[in-house]
Design a protein around this ligand. Structure first.
Ligand code: FES
Length: 77
């Protein structure tokens, strides 16, 4: 399981190129629950299950879809 809810507002994404990263639990577009999202095989992008906005897992940049701002991504040290 690559996506795991670890706090009310945080989802952990395992097996990215930089290890496990933490992201907001909800999509910045309309609050899609990102624990139900899809991570690509390389672990570099997360796709929201609701309207399919895609975000970079390195810096949260929106790559496609209707979201209006970047996703907050935190790297563990
Ligand atoms: S809620 Fe995520 S793309 Fe709309």
């Amino acid at each position: 399981m690559r996506l795991r809810q670890v706090a009310e507002d945080t989802v952990a994404v395992a097996d990215t190129p930089t290890g496990t990263v933490l992201v907001d639990a909800t999509c910045p577009h309309r609050g899609g629950l990102l624990r139900h999202g899809h991570v690509d095989r390389a672990g570099t992008r997360l796709v929201c299950p609701l309207h399919h906005s895609a975000f970079s897992l390195s810096d949260g940049t929106q790559l496609s879809g209707p979201a209006c701002r970047a996703l907050r991504v935190r790297h563990q040290v």
